[in-house]
Design a protein around this ligand. Structure first.
Ligand SMILES: [Zn+2]
Length: 229
């Protein structure tokens, strides 16, 4: 067995590593390697050198895939976020509209009855009850809700939105005469008898009329006011 120098082996190691040397050379290198740690570690270095780039390539492949995946994800998430955006804007607009409706137009809040003055309650020739209502806080009134309980108590409840606005006078709702047609309301409620009429809520109200109460006859002036009915 001929001893060969480390330098020769080291020259041959790349060929050996790539298995492109003759069998004789291969044998020779292997013999040397079994006895020479220096050349062995040189072979390891070559293997590592070659492995590392391979690893790098693998890594790059993975990265490339990852980039593709990310861009696909991004495209998908772009669509998603567009849909999300549309949904959020739609929701937001709905909330704004709902909020506006609740705050400015929904007739939610009752008018405290201590700012209400009811006077000149009288009876028209045809039996309708006429009264003069005035809200003294100068704020607008949106509508009057009609409610009747099982005992025949009828409530005319003045309502205004949460965001109160100044009354635009002249407004007959805020200050003026109004009438109440008992007979028509009884027909509307399938003949249920109205026994009392209140302005306000069951808890906070002013009595306008009660069964058995004798109301004065309306003046000609008031009678003329409601002639169109
Ligand atoms: Zn050697």
């Amino acid at each position: 067995m001929s001893k060969i120098s480390c330098n020769i082996v080291k020259d041959m190691l790349p060929l050996y590593h790539d298995s492109v040397c003759s069998n004789d050379s291969k044998k020779m290198v292997e013999e040397h390697l079994s006895e020479c740690d220096s050349c062995k570690s040189e072979l390891d270095r070559i293997r590592d050198d070659i492995k590392i780039p391979k690893k790098e390539i693998e890594k790059n492949k993975i990265d490339g895939k990852a980039i593709k995946n990310i861009s696909m994800l991004w495209k998908r998430s772009k669509v998603k976020s567009f849909i999300k955006g549309v949904m959020i804007s739609t929701l937001l607009i709905s909330f704004i509209i709902l909020g506006y409706f609740l705050l400015f137009t929904w007739h939610i809040t009752n008018v405290p009855i201590d700012v209400v003055e009811i006077k000149n309650v009288s009876e028209l020739a045809d039996g309708k009850i006429v009264y003069h209502a005035e809200l003294t806080d100068g704020l607008s009134l949106n509508r009057i809700k009609y409610d009747m309980d099982e005992d025949g108590n009828f409530y005319l409840t003045p309502l205004r939105p949460i965001i109160k606005t100044k009354a635009q006078l002249p407004s007959s709702l805020v200050k003026g005469y109004d009438f109440f047609d008992i007979k028509r309301q009884e027909i509307n409620r399938n003949g249920a008898e109205i026994k009392a009429l209140y302005y306000g809520t069951p808890k906070d109200n002013i009595l306008i009329w009660k069964k058995g109460m004798d109301l004065p006859k309306a003046s000609d002036e008031i009678e003329n006011m409601f002639q169109f009915e």
